[in-house]
Design a protein around this ligand. Structure first.
Ligand SMILES: [Zn+2]
Length: 482
């Protein structure tokens, strides 16, 4: 890295580089001498260097201003260059622009600032935030949604461009256990372990705006939503284990006025304690389903976590998913930073509120970035790719013709990019009558996994621990500064 790249830009470049390198499976060694490096990172307007070294060299110019203030980069269009998505503010763009300028000798210089674009994506600088929370309209305007990029692992494409040429010289670290090509992890948000008439009706009225279903739920015979044995049996019989996320504090009706639908159950009840025992003894994971208000108070969030750990047992390592994906709507990264401060091993909440897919352009675990401290956040993010409700209730919005095909498409993406598919099905969606199609789609997915010998299916905690170990191993082989 050119010494001219200093200060904040340098710290942020290292964050991006390490994120991409660890994802790809390479270590690093920083060198001062341009002749000795494989990738040479220089300021955007750096004059062409004269290369005397023997090795092929890749020159990556970076625009410091995008790294320092990524939110000022507001691309309106995309183009495809050399097989990758490039974001551009330019007026006149065409597809298939060359990605590289060649020469002299073996030197290749990247024409687009992929590193700054990766930073822009990883930090969510493409997201519009509003203190009132995300709406369909806000999310539909997001460039990833608008351009149909939610199923494109843009960062993994960038890594292939940047590091793919070295694959023959040095094989990358294997990404997953058991020589698997990709990984899948199955999770269940526990929102309705029992049917609560008023909440179900309120959800149809306020969230889904479906008065017919509201009236049905107000007068229906209560369905049995305690379906845990069913889920355990279907997964267990196939040799699969998943995670269940439980809310640890009963909700408040008053929060309805704030536009959030809490969960209403108490994990101190004996039936939950027996369930926890059963899940743990059979190798299933129990994580936290943080309350909609968790992001407003670190103290409350920490108390929720400790309460879950106390009732659940089994040590302090814990993962989390926010109910309704609700990070701080005005500043999601601040909630992500909070995760590390309260001691979560991983979180898995970074998905748009109304759309399936990759909110930050990657299908791999990663550490989000704390811009106020200029450092990676310790708590690992396992980005979700797919939730049951979006396959059905929000199918048209998500442009999904057939839910089963959509699930198959994710499996293909997992295979092609060696990614992690984090999938979320609510436990009450296992009801055989009320959610017949949702349940059938989940069983279809389980069957596909059972038939596939290229996949490693593990609980999110197993995935997170594996990734953190792997990351440590890669860092141990690396040298930060010269
Ligand atoms: Zn939930």
């Amino acid at each position: 890295m050119e010494p001219a790249l200093g200060g904040i830009a340098r710290l942020r470049l290292w964050y991006v580089l390490k994120t991409l390198l660890v994802g790809y499976g390479y270590g690093w060694q920083a060198v001062a001498n341009q002749d000795a490096c494989d990738l040479c990172i220089v300021p955007w307007d750096c004059p062409p260097v004269s290369i005397t070294g023997q090795r092929p060299m890749v020159m990556l110019p970076v625009l410091e201003s995008t790294l320092i203030d990524p939110e000022r980069f507001q691309p309106q269009r995309i183009l495809r260059s050399g097989g990758v998505v490039v974001f551009t503010t330019g007026e006149r763009v065409t597809d298939d622009e060359p990605l590289w300028v060649h020469g002299p000798g073996d030197l290749r210089t990247l024409r687009f600032d992929l590193l700054a674009m990766a930073f822009w994506l990883l930090t969510g600088s493409h997201e519009t935030h509003s203190p009132r929370g995300n709406t369909i309209r806000v999310e539909r305007d997001n460039i990833l949604v608008r351009e149909g990029l939610l199923m494109t692992p843009i960062l993994e494409e960038y890594s292939e461009v940047l590091f793919g040429t070295f694959k023959d010289q040095a094989p990358p670290w294997p990404r997953w256990k058991n020589k698997a090509r990709y990984a899948v992890t199955l999770t269940h948000d526990v929102d309705f372990p029992s049917f609560i008439r008023w909440i179900a009706a309120a959800k149809f009225l306020l969230v889904q705006r479906d008065p017919l279903k509201m009236w049905r739920d107000l007068f229906a015979k209560a369905p049995d939503y305690w379906l845990f044995n069913d889920v355990i049996a279907e997964e267990g019989d196939r040799g699969l284990r998943s995670a269940f996320y439980f809310a640890s504090v009963p909700g408040k009706w008053a929060n309805l006025a704030k536009g959030t639908l809490d969960t209403f159950y108490d994990i101190a009840d004996q039936k939950f304690l027996s369930l926890f025992e059963q899940l743990r003894s059979q190798g299933f994971e129990i994580g936290l389903h943080a309350n909609c208000q968790a992001h407003t108070s670190e103290q409350q969030f920490s108390r929720e976590l400790q309460t879950l750990i106390q009732y659940r047992g089994g040590g302090s390592d814990c993962g989390n998913r926010h109910h309704c994906w609700l990070l701080d709507p005005a500043n999601p990264n601040e909630t992500l930073a909070m995760h590390a401060r309260i001691g979560l091993v991983y979180d898995t909440s970074l998905m748009f509120h109304y759309f399936n897919g990759l909110r930050r352009g990657t299908v791999l675990p990663f550490h989000p970035f704390d811009a106020s401290r200029n450092e990676a956040i310790q708590t690992l993010q396992l980005p979700p790719v797919c939730m049951d409700d979006y396959l059905f209730t929000y199918r048209i919005l998500n442009n999904i013709h057939d839910p089963l095909t959509h699930l198959g498409d994710w499996l293909a993406i997992g295979q092609r990019f060696g990614g992690l598919l984090m999938v979320d099905y609510h436990s009450h969606f296992f009801h055989p009558v009320r959610f017949r199609r949702e349940r059938a789609s989940y069983l279809y997915f389980l069957n596909r996994l059972q038939e596939d010998d290229m996949v490693w299916v593990a609980t999110p905690m197993e995935i997170a621990k594996h990734w953190l170990e792997r990351e440590k191993g890669i860092a141990k082989e690396s040298f930060d500064e010269y």
